[in-house]
Design a protein around this ligand. Structure first.
Ligand code: NI
Length: 180
């Protein structure tokens, strides 16, 4: 289990990222529940998730990864933060195989085929309906995080098992695809 201190002033408290070897790992395999109305508590959770994602140098983080079985995830790609609540992938196009890692499966990367482009519908952090078309890394992160909401881990999506490899902390930071 990785303990992540997310705020030096400790106003937001520390958040724990649940890993596959954690006693709480069951939450990673559960189908998360819809959020529905976006409350102040949900706003606070989202802020803590964004901080935890940044602290862990990840590009995405889903609520089950912090022990909350709700359908919400955050992503940060090209310095832009995205928040998706109750997301649904409504369109997928193309395919791309690329290296992927996961903050809940530390030290392991593997090649995962994903759709190259996706269209996702959901709500933003204000609860407003959004539709976003994404491609490349953001599209990959969205698919990885929606999988988390369905209890699916990236290793389940690996086709060529020979691409599963261990990475050290230093090479992980330099990996083409940061963990999500
Ligand atoms: Ni992940």
């Amino acid at each position: 289990m990785t303990k992540v201190a997310i705020d030096h002033h400790d106003r937001l408290g520390a958040v724990e990222i649940v890993t596959v070897d954690s006693p709480k790992a069951g939450v990673l395999r559960r189908r998360a529940k819809p959020v529905g109305r976006v409350t102040a508590d949900m706003q606070r959770l989202i802020d803590r998730m964004i901080n935890a994602m940044r602290e862990a140098k990840g590009v995405g983080l889903a609520a089950p990864q912090v022990g909350v079985s709700k359908r919400v995830f955050v992503a940060e790609v090209e310095e832009r933060v995205h928040v998706f609540i109750d997301p649904q992938i409504v369109k997928k196009d193309g395919e791309e195989i690329s290296s992927e890692g996961c903050l809940s499966v530390p030290g392991i990367v593997a090649d995962v085929p994903r759709a190259l482009q996706v269209t996702v519908k959901g709500k933003n952090r204000k609860g407003r309906g959004i539709t976003i078309a994404a491609e490349g890394l953001l599209a990959r992160v969205i698919q990885h995080e929606v999988d988390h909401l369905d209890g699916v881990l990236f290793l389940d999506r690996v086709v060529d098992r020979s691409t599963i490899r261990e990475v050290t902390a230093s090479t992980e930071v330099e990996a083409a695809t940061p963990p999500a």
